[in-house]
Design a protein around this ligand. Structure first.
Ligand code: C2E
Ligand code: MG
Ligand code: MG
Length: 684
């Protein structure tokens, strides 16, 4: 029966396997080094046990003395490898000097082993008769006399063992019992084994050479420990991978959210201007270009509602408008929110020829218009939203999305300027208009800053023809366009946020003129105030400051406010007006009859004058008393308000108005707007 040699071969295989395994293991730089050291140690041990097996194989002939020398050579490699491994294993910070020292000592011994006349340990080595083990197995043996340098070798190995014990103690002290325990077990076993084999060497009766087996124990014990560590690394790695995946997920979600925020409007949830540009570009890039249109939608009076009912209601309204538009589009069509109260819709139509496509697109836009116009209940009030719409067909812009949007805006502004309530299609003529508008908007900034605007004054007379007041009207001599009408540029100033600056300029110029005019009994200077100015938080302070600066008597000032500014309950605006009225300023409702002011509201407002809009004067009947104008004058009378007619161009109009009891007249018949000096002269 053969047992012993197979045991040695199996031990060799186990060590080989462990060596290969640990050479490929490790995650961090630190444990890679440890595992590599252990792998190399395992391989050296495998070689040592393998050569042991060869030495003991009862092959024909005698076991080679050279093999014996090889055996010791490998042992000289095992020890430095063991020092390297144990230094790292016991977490020795400065491990390099120890490894170098062991390499130097065992290197020297290795050299002597190879260079000498006989091996380092045995001189005069010779084979003995094979030993027969109790179960009948025959094992080859070798003997000889102890070589002179053998004590040096044993001293070196003893040194390594002592050092290893020290490292093991160090591990215990650090509280690292998991590592210390298997190392201690091995060292005790190794010490016992070495002692025993030294003892048997001294006896003449040969014994089985099982020196190599403690190394197997070392490999097995420490493989287990290191494998456990490897597994816990793997678990930790899994955990950190999971954490990383979780973090990636979080980042992906955050990115999606950011993208959503970048491409969607927060209030309405609709795609925003960026998203619209991207999608438009994609549509315009498709060939053949589908028939369809871009519509820009601008609800009228949104700012007023926003101020009157609060921003929360404004947001609700935006959302409601967005929802209605979304419900009104279908299929590939979509709606976007451009900014503030402006929306855009991209519509597709089935037609194949341009003319029909335009008609169909206008029809679709009209449907959107109706969807928006449906009355809307907010708390106690019912709102109805009228919208201006500019429309442009996809094929107008030559494939450029920005141009398309500009053209839709041009159509929108044309619709606004014309007061058209139905969707208006873009025409090339609007382009020039849009460019003019843009230029005016840009130039107006400089004009306000450099005071390139001035006021003219249109006199107002009473029924007897005496001067009772004048209205300050803005003029702008534009370098390219000549005189630009306030009806054009005031609206642009309002749209582009320049009204506060422009309003202040008007107040200053008007007050400085008023301060220079001769004081005459009942003369009042009327100044137009835009609702935008009235809504400014510091309107009251600005007004008081301008009055103080110019040192004018507030009782000579009349503020003209359009009805629209007062349609809704705007407690804030009313409070400001009341504060101004308290210091003697009066308030006039301009363009009366065109807005939506409820007559009931007039009673509670601080109002002193009604100005009948010139459209009613132009159209009024002069042969028979005009019922509508008479009603307006009657209303003013009943409420003890002064009634002024504006736009009086003919004598028959003047006479009819006087007959109906109008208090004051203003118009080209009396005088065109004149410079301040001319007005001063008139007053003299
Ligand atoms: P508004 O306040 O209703 O001013 C009356 C407009 O009618 C003035 O036009 C005036 O020149 C014009 N007008 C006066 N008499 C006649 C007439 O007999 N026939 C005709 N066809 N027109 C007449 P203007 O100066 O072009 O001003 C237009 C509008 O611009 C004003 O309407 C007012 O709403 C606004 N505006 C003018 N100046 C200012 C200003 O300083 N501030 C503000 N916020 N708005 C101003
Ligand atoms: Mg006016
Ligand atoms: Mg007017």
């Amino acid at each position: 029966m053969i047992i012993w040699l197979p045991v040695l071969w199996i031990a060799t295989g186990v060590c080989l396997f462990a060596g290969m395994h640990f050479l490929r293991a490790g995650h961090t730089q630190e444990d890679v080094r440890l595992f590599h050291a252990f792998g190399i140690l395992c391989l050296a041990v495998a070689a040592y046990i393998g050569v042991s097996a060869l030495l003991q194989a009862p092959v024909a002939g005698t076991p080679s003395v050279r093999l014996e020398r090889l055996h010791i050579t490998i042992l000289c490699l095992v020890f430095p490898a063991a020092v390297w491994f144990m230094a790292l294993y016991s977490r020795l910070q400065r491990w390099q000097p120890w490894v170098l020292a062991s390499v130097a000592v065992f290197g020297a011994l290795l050299g002597l082993n190879l260079a000498g006349p006989h091996s380092l340990l045995l001189a005069e080595a010779r084979p003995l008769a094979p030993m027969v083990l109790p179960w009948g197995e025959r094992v080859a043996q070798i003997t000889g006399i102890t070589a002179p340098l053998a004590p040096a070798f044993y001293a070196a190995t003893l040194g390594v063992f002592c050092w290893a014990f020290w490292r093991c103690l160090a591990l215990w002290k650090r509280g690292d019992a998991t590592r210390a325990r298997p190392l201690a077990a091995y060292l005790i076993l190794q010490l016992a084994a070495t002692g025993y084999s030294e003892y048997t060497m001294l006896r003449p009766r040969p014994t089985l050479d099982w020196d190599a087996l403690p190394f197997l124990v070392l490999v097995l014990l420490l493989s287990r420990t290191l494998n456990l560590e490897l597994r816990s690394y793997a678990v930790a790695l899994d955990a950190s991978n999971a954490a990383l995946r979780e973090e990636n997920g979080l980042r992906d979600r955050a990115e999606a959210k950011l993208r959503q925020m970048a491409y969607n409007d927060a209030i309405s949830g609709l795609p925003n201007r960026h998203a619209l540009s991207d999608r438009l570009a994609a549509i315009l890039a498709t060939a053949p270009l589908p028939h369809g249109a871009l519509v820009v939608i601008d609800p009228q009076r949104f700012e007023v509602i926003n101020h009157a009912l609060g921003h929360r209601t404004g947001d609700l309204l935006i959302r409601e408008l967005g929802n209605r538009l979304s419900r009104a589009v279908a299929g590939k069509e979509f709606v976007a929110r451009l900014s503030g109260d402006e929306f855009a819709a991209v519509l597709f139509v089935p037609a194949t020829d341009a003319a029909t496509a335009l008609a169909q697109a206008l029809h679709r836009a009209e449907e959107l218009h109706e969807a928006l116009a449906h009355p809307w209940q907010v708390g106690a009030s019912t709102l109805s939203i009228n919208t201006h719409m500019g429309l442009v067909m996809f094929d107008e812009a030559g494939g450029n999305g920005d141009t398309l949007l500009r053209q839709a805006y041009a159509a929108l502004h044309a619709a606004k300027a014309a007061g058209r309530n139905e969707p208006t299609a873009f025409t090339q003529a609007m382009q020039a208009q849009a460019e003019r508008r843009m230029r005016i908007e840009v130039d107006l900034h400089a004009a306000i800053a450099n005071q390139q605007l001035h006021l003219v004054y249109q006199p107002q007379v009473d029924r007897g023809g005496s001067l009772v007041g004048a209205e300050a009207l803005l003029r702008w001599d534009h370098p390219a366009y000549g005189t630009v009408n306030p009806a054009e540029f005031v609206a642009i100033a309002e749209d582009s946020g320049q009204m506060p600056a422009l309003g202040l300029l008007v107040l200053r110029m008007a007050f400085s003129t008023l301060a220079r005019l001769p004081s005459r009994g009942s003369f009042r200077l009327s100044i137009n105030v835009s609702p935008w100015q009235l809504f400014l938080a510091d309107f009251l302070e600005t007004m008081q400051m301008a009055i103080r600066e110019a040192a004018v008597d507030p009782r000579r000032v009349m503020l003209e406010i359009t009805e629209t500014a007062l349609i809704h309950d705007i407690p804030d605006a009313v409070a400001k007006l009341q504060a101004l009225v308290a210091i003697g300023i009066q308030v006039s409702i301009d363009d009366f009859g065109t807005g939506y002011a409820s007559v009931a509201r007039l009673k509670t407002l601080p109002v002193h004058e009604l100005k009948i809009d010139q459209a009613f004067i132009r159209d009024m009947s002069v042969t028979t008393p005009d019922r509508f104008v008479a009603a307006l004058i009657g209303l003013g009378d009943a409420m003890h308000l002064r009634v002024v007619a504006e736009g009086v161009e003919r004598e028959d109009q003047r006479d009819a108005l006087i007959r109906m009891g109008c208090d004051a007249l203003q118009g080209y018949l009396i005088s065109r707007p004149i410079p301040a000096d001319a007005l001063a002269e008139w007053m003299q």
